[in-house]
Design a protein around this ligand. Sequence first.
Ligand code: ADP
Length: 489
Amino acid sequence: MAKQNSFSLKFDTDWQYAPAPESTDHVEIKDRYDLFIGGKFVKPSSNKYFKTINPATEEPIAEIAEANEKDVDSAVKAARKAFPKWSSLAAKERGKYIYRIARLIQERAREFSVIESIDGGKPIRESRDIDIPLAAAHFFYYAGWADKLEYAFPNRKVEPLGVAGQIIPWNFPLLMAAWKIAPALACGNCVVLKPAETTSLTALKLAELIQDAGLPEGVVNIVTGAGKTGAAIVNHKDVDKIAFTGSTEVGKMIQKAVAGTGKKTTLELGGKAANIIFEDAPIDQAVEGIINGIFFNQGHVCCAGSRLFIQESIKEEVEQKLKARLETLIVGDPLDKNTDVGAINSKEQLDSIEKYLKIGKAEGLESFQANVTVPKKGYFCKPTLFFNVAQSSRLAQEEIFGPILAIQSFRTVDEVIEKANNTPYGLSAGVWSDKGSKAFNLSSQLKAGVIWANTFNKFDPTSPFGGYKESGHGREGGMHGLEAYLKIS
Ligand code: ADP
């Protein structure tokens, strides 16, 4: 029998999983998508379209309309026109519409999952088991709040804000649309939503579904395009609120643009989460959590556990186990049900991640990459670990938004709190320990909006999510998520 290191998890076998591709027969994707304004699909006034690419094959999937200021204005006007009726509709009836959207997402979950994976590159296992069910869950959850707002805020008067402009990123396309649209509608607002330019398809599918749900015209409008389209929403005079999820850089621009206009904002921006593992932690469970924390969705997660802090006494053991686990990750076709790590969302993002691989090398950091073969075509990146990363390293300071983990170590609780908080971000953190008191102590001292104990990347519509510092402000999810769409007096 081969002699094995006591920390080794290597399987003594050459077995490989056979391909298990998800079927795509049930999926209908049009060649070209127009803008969804006032309940109808309309051509963009410039007649300009751009291509959306499958990042796993580099093949174009469909053409997407590019909305300019004029189109954004039409969408805002449609939302404004729909607002009086929608906001005065019996709350119970509003709830029914939202509930219907949730049910329809569930019914079409397979189609949405496949499209999400084709358009964005994420493994089908994730879109099928996480993104799409959670999107439906958000609509279900907020459908329930629609007629209970007075109980959420007792003895207060609550009113909708009016028209909400909502701009979302490419990492969780349908889920982010649900996070934005569901609470806004429950509170009686109308919306103009813009998906990210590389992942517009599931939002446009949602527009079709909203038509099928019979939602009154103009309550939800979906305009597609890049940053310019987003800026047109932000700068539109008749928008009452901007809800944005994306980079800190664009978040700052939005905050400046709306200063003095009276527009309300919620900004959910970047992150550089500390995932902290103590010597008393359940090690194998923690290793799974660390892997999930950074490699889930190729690391395209604002709350990803991208900085790992290991207590020195277990450093060697945890690092060995992480290396062994990395070797078992399956990187490749997002539509294969066995895939753990899919395609990087775009060429631009892959270039940005590769820049950080070079920075790590230039800094002379020891690294480890899984010995996996990645497909020749498409945008793929091997899961990577960097060891003994200095606090000052760019790998520890900057958000990479890719499958790269920066590993650091610590000796004492005070030291790790100091190091974990030494970042401009404050979105999430994770603590792995057998001691509840330690987890509670850290959760009160870490400057992060969400702190997970002995788990990571767990989401639920009932739980508020949002950041501190350069990770933004405002909360989405839970009862807190209602506040973002209400005038409360
Ligand atoms: P990332 O760097 O992750 O692509 P961005 O912040 O650039 O994140 O993009 C998030 C969303 O913001 C996308 O829908 C994008 O089109 C939009 N966006 C980009 N620039 C602007 C801008 N200047 N104003 C408003 N929205 C923008």
